[in-house]
Every structure is written in C-alpha cells, then in structure tokens.
Write a protein that binds this ligand. Structure first.
Ligand code: ADP
Ligand code: NI
Length: 227
C-alpha cells in the first residue's frame, strides 16, 4: 500500500470512529487539525510529513475522555495497514505526548512531529473554533455555560484539571482561564505561534463582550489582570 492509500484508509476509519461525537471531538475537528498540521509542515522541512499526518488523523481515537479507559485503536490500525515499526512508534509517541492533562503548563514534547501535532490540536482549541467547541463540550457534559458567582481557581492545578475534564461540573467560562487563554504562550513552532496570536485576541474580544453585555466588570478586570 502506498502513502496515499494508507492515509485514505486511516481517514475512513477515523470518520466512522468519530461519527457520533458531539463533544467537539468530531471528524470535523480532526480534519481541521490535519489541515493545520499541513500548514505548519510547510514551514518545517525537517519533519517527517507522513508521521505528522498519520498522527493528526489518529490523535483522538484513543482519547481517555471518549473511551472510558485505555484503548489502542491507532496502533492496531497502523499494524493492520503494514506501516513500518519505526513510523508506528513515531506516530504513537507524538499522539501520546500531546494531551493537555499530561503536558500541562510546561509542555516538553519528545520530537518535532509531536510539536507540530501539539500546535495543530491546540490551535483548534482556541479562536473561533475553540470558542464553539468549548460550549459544545460543556453542553455535552451537561455543564453550565457560565455562573458569574463561581470564579476560576486562584492557582493552576493539573490534577484538578484532569479530574474536572472527566467528572467535573465547572462552568465553561472557567475553561478559558485555566487552559485556553494560556495555550498561545505554549505553542511549539513559529507558524503555531503566529496563528495562535490572532486566535488569542479573538477569544479576549469575545470574553470582553460577553462580560460587558452582563455588566460584569469584575470578570473583565480578572481577564485583563491575567491576559
Ligand atoms: P487536549 O486535546 O488539549 O488534551 P481536551 O481533549 O481535554 O484537550 O479538550 C479539547 C477541547 O474540548 C478543549 O479545547 C475545549 O474546547 C473542550 N473541553 C475540554 N475540557 C473542557 C472543559 N472542562 N470545559 C469546556 N470545554 C472543554
Ligand atoms: Ni484533538
């Protein structure tokens, strides 16, 4: 099987895997991540494009939040498609390293391919797509959109973040403060940094308007003090 055929089979698998996702981790999210990864790849000639593209397609098929535990869908599929051991290893290394609950606020990515995948996935978590996905995720988990009396935690705690991702009840605006507004500063590639800048500004403008519409000057103050 050549590269195009492998990518085609992987795409078909991923499409059916994400078919019933309404948490913002649907097939369209994966397509946007692949598209962003391709954009970043254009400026990273040293990266292995096949590893990045396979990892981008497969990056959410074993996600702990969707799967209620560990699975190895990506590995099984790649082996079934006779992808070489070396590429399988590099793809899994990238996928396994990018989850925010692992990398937290100080990402240490193990390869250039992982850095590209990290930026592509995190770019789709911010900006207009990110805003839409955040409220979709909150609704899907039956969480309140916003409770003005519940402020974000004063200190960042990754374990609390991980717990909340699975079973928490935080309102969705908190997610901007604990994660989304912090991602622009964590981008790993030049292209990622450039693309993140505009998306960061858009989220800040959105939140300014959101708080202003409700005359919540204490929330605007909190936003400006931190970002
Ligand atoms: P990552 O891929 O960075 O590990 P997740 O899969 O946890 O991140 O989250 C991806 C996207 O899902 C987030 O950027 C956000 O849009 C949404 N999301 C995840 N957790 C929450 C949350 N607690 N509240 C609202 N949205 C969330
Ligand atoms: Ni993702």
């Amino acid at each position: 099987m050549n590269k195009t055929e492998i990518l085609c089979q992987v795409r078909d698998f991923v499409k059916s895997h994400h078919a019933h996702d309404y948490s913002g981790h649907d097939f369209e999210h994966v397509k946007r991540v692949v598209h962003l990864a391709d954009k970043i790849l254009a400026d990273e000639p040293l990266a292995d494009a096949l590893v990045v593209e396979l990892a981008a397609w497969l990056h959410d098929v074993d996600d702990y939040k969707q799967n209620n535990g560990e699975t190895n869908n990506a590995e099984r599929l790649l082996i079934q498609l006779n992808v070489s051991d070396e590429i399988v290893k590099a793809v899994l290394l990238a996928i396994d390293s990018i989850g925010f609950s692992k990398t937290g606020y100080n990402p240490q990515l193990p390869s250039l391919e992982a850095k590209i995948l990290y930026d592509a996935d995190k770019l789709d978590a911010i900006g207009a797509s990110g805003i839409a996905r955040t409220f979709a995720y909150g609704g899907n988990k039956c969480r309140p959109l916003f409770l003005p009396e519940v402020l974000p935690p004063a200190t960042l705690d990754l374990e609390a973040y991980r717990q909340n991702a699975l079973t928490g009840t935080n309102h969705s605006i908190i997610h901007f403060f604990e994660k989304l507004l912090r991602l622009a500063a964590l981008m790993q590639t030049k292209t990622g940094q450039q693309l993140a800048r505009e998306r960061q500004q858009l989220m800040i403008t959105f939140l300014e308007n959101f708080f202003c519409e409700q005359d919540l000057s204490e929330w605007t103050k909190l936003l400006h003090e931190n970002f």
